[in-house]
Write a protein that binds this ligand. Structure first.
Ligand SMILES: CC(C)(COP(=O)(O)OP(=O)(O)OC[C@H]1O[C@@H](n2cnc3c(N)ncnc32)[C@H](O)[C@@H]1OP(=O)(O)O)[C@@H](O)C(=O)NCCC(=O)NCCS
Length: 177
């Protein structure tokens, strides 16, 4: 019984160190979600509420972060968000998210939001946002390391490079350094 437990522990610890060292490609955690804009989510002009867009951005970004890290995550920060085009009642709001860069326990996820007119099929870019998540250990509830990201395309490399600058700004705002 004691030997079994020791073997199980060893397998578990091998698995967790493998998780940390085994990278995953960006494509493995890229995520999409979509919903139809209903009256309860709109303002008196029939436009999707900004707060609802922010909620969807957080959820879509968390999907990519969960999938990449295979762990619990918390939102550490959301960068500046602007709304370039509104999304109207009856349109489809679509979100695409992908992990741009893994730091140590944190990762930056980029989210793009589009509106889609169901009658014409026209799509408009509505919002872009960057959300940082921290992976949380199930037992200690403390930040834990995230496996590396494998970059496969020039676009992924560009996003990875740009994420470093954004992190500097974020951490300066948080820690005042
Ligand atoms: C985010 C949080 C886990 C950071 O915890 P902490 O004790 O400050 O931990 P650390 O200083 O070790 O930082 C952990 C990671 O968070 C990053 N981080 C902290 N604040 C950040 C910010 N504002 N923006 C981006 N990254 C940030 C650190 O850089 C570090 O990442 P790294 O390991 O990749 O370098 C903690 O502040 C927290 O739990 N906040 C509340 C989260 C929450 O409730 N979100 C909403 C609901 S999900």
């Amino acid at each position: 019984m004691g030997q079994n437990r020791t073997a199980m522990k060893a397998r578990k610890s091998q698995k967790s160190s493998k998780d940390r060292t085994n990278g995953k490609p960006v494509s493995a955690s890229r995520s999409e979600m979509a919903e139809v804009v209903l009256p309860a989510q709109t303002n008196p002009l029939g436009k999707l509420l900004g707060g609802h867009v922010m909620h969807l951005v957080d959820i879509a970004a968390a999907m990519a972060a969960h999938r990449h890290s295979n762990s619990y995550v918390v939102t550490a920060s959301v960068d500046y968000i602007d709304f370039r085009n509104s999304v109207s009642l009856g349109e489809i709001v679509m979100l695409k998210s992908q992990v741009n860069r893994v730091f140590h326990t944190s990762m930056e996820v980029g989210v793009e939001v589009y509106s889609e007119n169901v009658l014409t099929g026209e799509r408009k870019h509505t919002t872009s946002a960057y959300v940082t998540f921290v992976a949380i250990d199930e037992k200690t509830h403390r930040p834990k390391p995230v496996r590396p990201l494998i970059l496969e395309s020039p676009e992924e490399k560009r996003r990875y490079e740009e994420a470093a600058e954004r992190r500097k700004t974020r951490l300066a705002l948080r820690y005042g350094t």
